[in-house]
Design a protein around this ligand. Structure first.
Ligand SMILES: Cc1ncc(C[n+]2csc(CCOP(=O)(O)OP(=O)(O)O)c2C)c(N)n1
Ligand SMILES: [Mg+2]
Length: 630
């Protein structure tokens, strides 16, 4: 098996067995790595795609394998046990038991970020509804998670049965209806004959839209026979309308070419490899300064000569705000200009200068082009822009980001020193994952070295995400990657127990547990007694969870020297490691305080007032229903 990984995060797996299948079936590859971002099929499952039949469960297992799933996250329950027995028959899929369904959902989100797609298996209602927030967050974050929920017996409803786990009434579709609101699609398999089409349709939808889907499979159908899966492609990128694409690219090029100091800004929706490649090509062709908003961090190499840093209004990297805000045209590519991203709408983004390219549409001053895909648009624009490095020249004259100096080994640890040392630990085969809280601000502030990946749940901002996401994220890589996760104590308390799964499967993250004894980010927004939490011996938990089985290691650091020693030990440790750093309860990033004040002001605006500028709505008019691709 040959594996390859590059900056774009594309993982192509070329399996000898896969090639053999393709010859035997005289068909095209089943998966579509380049377009969907999911790895190509490993082996296309020789046994079950041949002449022998499948069951509903083995059919779904084969499809998961074919789109690149290698591990799936599970909490068992009586409605999914038969399905689990079926999926366990596939030796190329590994079951990862999680401590609860919320965690399984966050783990799957993390896995989808490194692998391109993820799957989880949970039980009806009590499991499904426990996972709901993680799945909703995966939707906000464009993470294709296939949520498989064991459903009640297919006869129970028409037989008017009262079933456990549910409402105590003969009403069972509510779980699917709720999921339909927060996924690209929610489907119930109630007849075995419908299963192949529903399974294929759901998986294809998840990959095409890069969003979660939900498949509820009646428990008594999981072992029913169905025809074996046939070769097919999944997740083909939607095609742009040729005329709209040409118009949008011409119009955007005209605006950018007549500007004297245009800039580019990267957003999170550049994640699909084709979009990132096209953005890089555009940046190279245009020669403009390139910034990114926090959610887009990691979508453009921070070692690129045109990189101007993170832009988020008043808390931008030095020089980034002035180069963006003084530009006479800016193209924000794949960017959501939320309250958080604009520091409470205080970022001075002028809708008259704003070119906004999103998946499926391009919004220019005075014109919107629908049916235009992001990668196509950026690629077409790269061929039309005139090279103009005026903004980059301007940026070079401005203040640049200074790297902080080291503390003395005996100095009491500060969060700035923790951050400096974490930054030093980053390299080509590492990834940095940061939790909502002050950790965001430290991660966002670090310049990423070549090849270092970065993850943040910026749009959803649901605390507790990072612990299970770290587990899934590491598992999703096909080449060894050391994940360093910066997590606040309050966030950690939400989903802490998933560290035990890291110990169970011997993953090797380094968790920097920031113990500042409370919710300091909330304190920056609004002070009150609710921002204090019970103190735990976080590092001590590593031994408790290891409990004689596994290699969990917990370390404490109170001084700069102890932090250096702990990091060195963590790097050479072959197992999960947590470094609990003791920080003063008021010690935080000044950017966070500034940002918190501005977001609080926006949140607290009295009713009935217009948002300060119409950029509150991404520079557009009132919210309107979005067309959902078929
Ligand atoms: C699920 C969820 N509940 C509540 C919040 C509100 N919230 C945002 S940040 C935060 C505190 C985070 O505290 P901690 O992890 O200790 O980080 P710190 O701010 O101290 O750096 C809270 C409660 C949230 N974002 N998500
Ligand atoms: Mg805290």
């Amino acid at each position: 098996m040959i594996t390859r990984r590059n900056f774009l995060g594309t993982t192509a797996i070329i399996g000898a067995a896969g090639t053999a299948i393709l010859r035997a079936e005289e068909s095209k590859p089943v998966a579509n790595a380049a377009e969907g971002g999911a790895p190509a099929s490993t082996a296309a499952n020789a046994a079950s795609s041949g002449a022998t039949g499948s069951t509903v469960g083995t059919y779904l297992a084969t499809r998961l394998e074919q789109v690149g799933v290698r591990d799936y996250f599970v909490v068992p329950g009586d409605f999914n046990l038969i399905f689990l027995d079926q999926i366990l028959q596939n030796p190329r899929l590994r079951m990862i038991g999680c401590c609860n369904e919320l965690n399984a959902g966050y783990a799957a989100d993390g896995y989808a970020r490194s692998n391109g797609v993820a799957a989880m298996v949970i039980t009806y209602s009590v499991g499904g509804l426990s996972a709901l927030n993680a799945v909703t967050c995966a939707y906000s974050e464009d993470s294709p998670v296939i949520v498989i929920v064991g459903g009640i017996n297919s006869d129970s409803e028409w037989q008017d049965k009262i079933i456990h786990h549910a409402l105590g009434e003969v009403r069972y579709d509510y779980q699917r209806e709720i999921y339909a609101q927060v996924t690209a699609g929610a489907f119930s398999v109630k007849h075995a004959a419908d299963a192949p089409a529903l399974i294929d349709g759901a998986i294809d939808l998840a990959l095409r839209r890069r969003k979660p889907v939900m498949l509820e499979i009646a428990t008594n159908l999981a072992s029913m026979p169905v025809p074996a899966p046939r070769p097919r492609r999944f997740g083909a990128a939607p095609a742009s309308d040729a005329a709209a694409l040409a118009d949008a690219a011409d119009h955007a090029a005209e605006l950018l070419n007549k500007a004297s100091r245009p800039v580019l800004v990267a957003g999170s929706k550049l994640r699909p490899p084709a979009s990132r490649e096209a953005f890089l090509k555009l940046a190279d062709a245009a020669g403009y300064a390139v910034a990114s908003i926090p959610a887009g961090k990691g979508m453009f190499p921070e070692t690129h000569p045109a990189y101007a840093g993170i832009y988020w209004g008043p808390v931008s990297w030095p020089g980034a705000a002035s180069v963006v805000e003084s530009a006479d045209a800016y193209l924000f590519a794949g960017a959501l200009l939320s309250d958080y991203a604009t520091a409470g709408y205080t970022a001075a983004i002028d809708p008259k200068k704003l070119l906004l390219a999103l998946p499926g549409e391009v919004r220019l001053p005075g014109a919107t082009y629908a049916g235009v895909e992001l990668a196509d648009f950026l690629g077409a624009l790269a061929g039309k822009v005139r090279r103009n490095d005026a903004s980059l020249v301007e940026f070079a004259r401005s203040r640049t980001k200074e790297e902080p100096s080291a503390a003395a080994p005996g100095d009491k640890l500060t969060i700035a020193e923790v951050s400096r040392q974490v930054h030093d630990a980053l390299g080509k085969d590492t990834a940095l994952l940061v939790e909502t809280g002050d950790s965001w601000f430290h991660g966002i502030g670090m310049r990423l070295p070549e090849g270092c990946r970065f993850e943040i749940q910026f749009q959803a901002g649901s605390i507790g995400w990072s612990v299970p996401a770290t587990l899934g994220y590491e598992m999703g890589f096909t080449t060894p990657t050391r994940v360093i996760a910066m997590i606040g104590d309050g966030s950690f308390q939400m989903t802490a127990q998933e560290v035990s799964t890291m110990i169970r499967h011997n993953t090797r993250p380094i968790i920097i547990l920031v113990n500042n004894r409370g919710y300091i980010i909330e304190d920056a927004i609004h002070q009150g007694p609710y921002n204090k939490i019970k103190n735990w011996d976080y590092a001590g938990l590593m031994e408790v969870w290891t409990n004689g089985e596994g290699k969990g290691l917990g370390l404490h650091a109170k001084t700069a020297g102890e932090m250096t020693a702990a990091l060195a030990r963590a790097k050479s440790h072959d197992g999960p490691c947590m470094i609990e750093v003791a920080i003063d309860s008021q010690d935080c990033s000044p950017d966070m305080r500034e940002w918190g004040t501005r977001v609080a002001a926006a949140n607290g605006m009295p009713p009935g007032r217009e948002p300060r500028v119409d950029r509150a709505r991404n520079g557009q008019g009132p919210t309107r229903p979005r067309a959902v691709p078929a």
